[in-house]
Write a protein that binds this ligand. Sequence first.
Ligand SMILES: NC(=O)c1ccc[n+]([C@@H]2O[C@H](COP(=O)([O-])OP(=O)(O)OC[C@H]3O[C@@H](n4cnc5c(N)ncnc54)[C@H](O)[C@@H]3O)[C@@H](O)[C@H]2O)c1
Length: 437
Amino acid sequence: MCYFSPDKTPGTPAERVNAMDCDIKDPGLAGKGRLRMEWAARSMPVVDRIKRTFAKDKPLSGVRIAACLHVTSETANLMVALKLGGADVRLCASNPLSTQDDIPAALVKFHKIPVFAIKGEDHKTYYRHILQALDHCPSITMDDGADLVSTTHSQRQDLLPGILGGTEETTTGVIRLKSMAKDGVLRYPIVAVNDAQTKHLFDNRYGTGQSTLDGILRATNVLLAGLKFVVAGYGMCGKGVAMRARGAGALVIVTEVNPVRAIEAVMDGYEVMPMAAAAPLGDVFLTVTGNKAVIRKEHFRRMKDGAIVANAGHFNVEIDIPALEALAGRKRRVRDFVDEYTLGDGRRIHLLGEGRLINLAAAEGHPAMVMDMSFANQALSVRWLLDRAKSLAKSVYPVPPEIDAEIATLKLASMDTAIDKLTPAQKKYLADWREGT
Ligand SMILES: NC(=O)c1ccc[n+]([C@@H]2O[C@H](COP(=O)([O-])OP(=O)(O)OC[C@H]3O[C@@H](n4cnc5c(N)ncnc54)[C@H](O)[C@@H]3O)[C@@H](O)[C@H]2O)c1
């Protein structure tokens, strides 16, 4: 049952905001958060354009959105766009370590958007915040990793009849949701934002590539040049990380389980080998597979003294941390985001960011320039869903190609980049099978 209704809360709008249901670290950080939101907005011209259209047309009027995303300055700009479009929005974190605490403060104070997110929140608080976002009785869910959708399906089934649809931001979330649809348990349609070309070709590759190295460097300050850098997983994220690590002078080794991706890595010029072979060679290990226990006991046992281990995949299961805990005689925090585990024979292994997304734990996540396209997909996918929600099946839908094309066109224009147009003769040629040599 729905027990939160801002419309029915007594008092003037200002009084209702002062009594706003939210859970944030420090409202005093609002000024700093607003400046960071403004800084991000400068690199988000496509979202800015959507903000202006939404403010005029109000396509989300009366729609309640519960969003579970990394609470960053870029996400804040998306929330503002949705609100300008007429939506009533609530936000919680999609990862306990990814919240930038000044951003919730700014959203609450200057935009009257309730936020439930505190960097470093424990597991219990993380799920309490998800439930508080769901108390909003959303008609649309916006997820990054599918924790919001799975919590709705397992603990707030009473809300399901009122939900028209949802969107999903990341690869791991899309995998989980497709598995729910396959098992026949998904109860409303979802748009797989991750699968838009203007999302994964750029966010996963250039965003994760740059911000992951940023996170590793901020946490450790190591010199990458000359180090052996092992990347587990050669999907879009892995390709980006490998490319940027090589650019910094590291010797990159790739591990894979998919033979096609492995050949791609070989032909891109990387060494490819199993993790068991890479373990004694690597100085830095980075998992980005979306899978679990990719680095485990037998690998820790073979690593060099001083090895650095980090993850940029969605959940903190890619590195088998319980196995590392079991092997280690001693654990101490030696820097922010660096835990040193000393094994029985004296070797030290350094785990970064508690095995959570290192680009969001120790750095600021993807630059706004790339989140501009990801979040334009989010906003336009919500509008697309609302226009046809009643006719959609309880399934996972791709972002329509026309949205992809619209976003790419706007982004190019914002970069002052013009491209050619097909001539009528070329259009005809490409549509015709008769013309040959
Ligand atoms: N850090 C971020 O900001 C960020 C951004 C986008 C996506 N992600 C997450 O990163 C992960 C990867 O995303 P992607 O889009 O590259 O996914 P993807 O599915 O395209 O690629 C993952 C690759 O990992 C490989 N793999 C699976 N198990 C493996 C194993 N045991 N050893 C080695 N390789 C293995 C797969 O074969 C695949 O090629 C997902 O969890 C995604 O949600 C994180």
